[in-house]
Design a protein around this ligand. Sequence first.
Ligand code: MN
Ligand code: MN
Ligand code: MN
Length: 294
Amino acid sequence: MYERIDLHTHSTCSDGALSPAELVALAATRQVQLLALTDHDTLAGCAGAALACAEYRIEFLYASELTSLWRGREIHIVGLRLDAAAPALKAFLAGVLTQRVARLRAIGTRLTRCGLDGERLVDAVLELPGTPTRLHLARLLVAQGHATDPDDAFNRWLGQGQRAAVAAEWPGIEAAVAVIRAAGGLAVLAHPHRYKLSAGGLRELCQGFRDAGGEGIEVSLPGMGPADAGRAAALARRYGLAGSCGSDFHVPGLPWRPLGRFAKLPEGIVPVTERLAMKPDGSAALEARTPLAS
Ligand code: MN
Ligand code: MN
Ligand code: MN
């Protein structure tokens, strides 16, 4: 059994602050035994992270956090143990990237209308490595004095209903789950407590997610209070979803959001690691575990 795992992390290949190799080095100091790199809509950092994990004898899963839509709401779905070479997944990620760039350009046009140099700002975001996100743009708005911090940038400019807001056209949850399965992966509903859904809404989301082929749900994350964790565990039991856990790590130095979570889950929840241990064809998916150097 695993003591400490982390199945939800970000690097500079999306909106995280550490390179994949730096992230893995930090995971090693935290005694993480199984790590998934889940950058937004990309697997660009996974090859590098896998190499670094091999050095530290950390088991590694190719993974990504896919952005999707359900009833007009942005829902994140983590795909674990993905085949990066799967043509369906490559085409899907390329389409999402095209959509992201178009949205950022439209936001840039709106910022220009508000008297900012929107085109230049967006060009600068698109030159950064990794998946371009609104958070990158928010950080630039802060750096140029147009907001006090990224949250302020969303409240003033980028957030829903604000001056430069542009709605996104993400794939539906069914499409996201389908492509994860097509790439041999296991679909996990990310951070259910963050969607501002009613209890009934969350149940409908979980039902739709499971009907689409989703297999897991995050039940242990920093920032989940006991009530949130209890609700997530109840959803896992009700819909037969395996429990996953991670930190949703983005930046170092937040003591309340360290990398690595204890792998033990509440009673009656099947750990997602158990389902990951077998591929759809029945063969073992994770390599035989090597004892950790102490
Ligand atoms: Mn992020
Ligand atoms: Mn997310
Ligand atoms: Mn995340």
